[in-house]
Design a protein around this ligand. Structure first.
Ligand code: UDX
Ligand code: UDX
Ligand code: ADP
Length: 467
């Protein structure tokens, strides 16, 4: 089947950029992105393309080119489903916060709602594509719902996990390392796979389009994220050892990264990984393994999360220790709140947990992030439920100016690796802080020697203090 009309349910960090790039690369395919969140759709349709709800370098240009031509954003979910031959499901699949599997299993509530809606509306055969990261075997649940509640038509389910990283989404989508498409190995299944291959083949070299069965595709997505996260936890575990010895974690990373079997990427020690995927996907892997009674497998992967939690806590404790074991009433300035640079996404950001720890010690935290809104920062903190919303507002302030945020602070903590932090006038910042003035560099981006020359006490991840 030649696809002429695509619908994507979910206009978030994955659905929005992915569909914008498909629309750009396939001007003859009509792509409609739908969402139940009216404000989000309104923002995608904002006249000023810089106001789209997802901050990604290069994305406004892609949206500007395709929007209104063959890319549409709408809240009319039924109409888009009805018109499309291929429907991508790109809704959120957070970790369950209640009931069986709480804190580990993925909450598939939103996926199921989508499936039921598709089943109700669809009158002719459709290809349904899982784009959201899902636990292995979700496709069979989807198929079950579609076939038992639908209008008796044929559905083919494909798994086409997205590997884009936030902050580089447009580059990743334009030139992916690979595209993975899993489907049923029957004749109809293979034909559905082929329909999707033909969409990507407009711009992705065919040898980079891998096809597998559904289960391999679903599991590969979880595995890729688990491996990447494991590398970060591995180097972070060694960062602690480095701080107690005379080794420097940056030197260790460089030394091991040159081994072609190991490779240089994802070896940057940090305050801990965040983002919507790593933790959720590993927890999924752990939950599934345990459900099959594979405790050793589950324990192995769970350790990656344990190490990450430890790294975040350790960073907060280091701040407290160096401020004479008390931060009560002291102002600590945060540079960065996003989970990494070049995104306004804050899901599972280390900054949230470090702030929570410091607030428990009665510190006054003030935050500057170039892209994250004040409302988002408070909502992240309130979500933890550690204290009331009023108390959070009293103890944490959000400041729009990087110099003002540091005024009168005892310490600065760098939580996100935004490039602009390196270019600030650090002498000016130093002059307006309380002394001794500390910098806790959770991303190892600052020029340690230069800051020390100004007079700062600098504490890095993965090397001993030498102030
Ligand atoms: C290793 C390191 O590779 C080398 O750099 C170091 O100097 C010494 O230790 P070696 O023990 O000789 O070298 O062999 P290696 O090829 O690393 O294999 C080690 C073990 O891992 C073998 O039993 C091998 O069969 C196994 N292995 C390796 C796997 O099971 N799967 C793999 O993908 C790779
Ligand atoms: C990740 C995967 O990279 C992507 O393929 C998948 O589709 C979604 O999940 P993302 O979460 O957007 O992408 O960002 P990523 O660049 O992987 O970073 C995740 C976290 O790890 C960030 O908090 C980042 O700061 C941290 N990280 C990454 C490190 O601390 N050190 C590193 O060396 C790399
Ligand atoms: P991701 O990072 O996976 O893209 P987001 O949370 O950014 O996750 O986006 C998911 C989007 O899916 C949200 O905008 C949410 O409103 C939307 N959504 C969830 N359930 C449905 C549904 N049943 N129909 C339409 N949109 C939905």
């Amino acid at each position: 089947m030649k696809v002429q009309n695509i619908c994507c349910i979910g206009a978030g960090y994955v659905g929005g950029p992915t569909m914008a790039v498909i629309a750009k690369k396939c001007p003859d395919i009509k792509v409609t992105v739908v969402d139940i969140n009216e404000a989000r759709i309104a923002a995608w349709n904002d006249e000023n393309v810089e106001n789209i709800p997802v901050y990604e370098p290069g994305l406004p240009q892609v949206v500007a080119e395709a929007r209104g031509r063959n890319l549409f954003f709408s809240t009319d979910v039924d109409k888009a489903i009805d018109e499309a031959q291929m429907i991508f499901i790109s809704v959120n699949t957070p970790t369950k916060t209640y009931g069986e599997g709480k804190g580990q299993a993925a909450d598939l509530k939103w996926i199921e709602l989508c499936a039921r809606q598709i089943a109700r509306v669809a009158k002719e055969k459709k290809i349904v594509v899982e784009k959201s990261t899902l636990p292995v075997r979700t496709a069979s649940a989807l198929k079950d719902i579609l076939e038992h509640t639908g209008n008796g038509i044929n559905f083919q389910i494909l798994s086409n996990p997205e590997f884009l990283a936030e902050g580089t989404a447009v580059e990743d989508l334009m030139a992916p390392d690979r595209v993975l498409i899993g489907g049923d190995q029957s004749e109809e299944g293979l034909s559905a796979i082929n329909s999707l291959v033909e969409v990507y083949a407009r711009w992705v070299p065919r040898e980079r389009i891998l096809t597998t069965n559904v289960w391999s595709s679903e599991l590969s997505k979880l595995t890729a994220n688990a491996f990447l996260a494991q590398r970060v936890s591995s180097i972070n575990s060694l960062s602690e050892l480095c701080e107690h010895t005379e080794a420097d974690v940056n030197e260790v990373s460089r030394a091991i990264g040159t081994d072609s079997r190991i490779g240089p990427k994802f070896l940057k020690a940090s305050v801990g990984f965040g983002g919507s995927c790593f933790q959720k996907d590993i927890l999924n892997l752990v939950y599934i393994s345990r459900s099959y009674g594979l405790d050793e497998v589950a324990d192995y992967w769970e350790q990656v999360i344990i190490m990450n939690d430890h790294q975040k806590k350790r960073f907060a404790k280091k701040i407290i220790k160096n401020l004479y074991n008390t931060v009560s009433g002291k102002k600590i300035a945060f540079l960065g709140w996003a989970f990494k640079k070049d995104t306004n996404d804050t899901r599972e950001s280390a900054a949230i947990y470090v702030a929570d720890h410091l607030l428990n010690e009665q510190s006054k935290v003030s935050v500057f992030d170039p892209k994250v809104t004040e409302q988002q920062i408070y909502s992240d903190l309130d979500y933890l439920g550690s204290r009331s919303s009023e108390e959070n507002k009293e103890s944490l302030t959000v400041v729009k100016d990087p110099y003002k945020v540091c005024n009168g602070a005892h310490a600065i903590a760098v939580l996100t690796e935004w490039d602009e932090f390196k270019t600030y006038d650090w002498q000016k910042i130093y002059d307006n802080m309380l002394k001794p003035a500390h910098v806790f560099d959770g991303r190892n981006i600052m020029d340690k020697k230069a800051l020390q020359n100004i007079g700062f006490q600098v504490h890095s991840i993965g090397s001993a203090d030498d102030n």
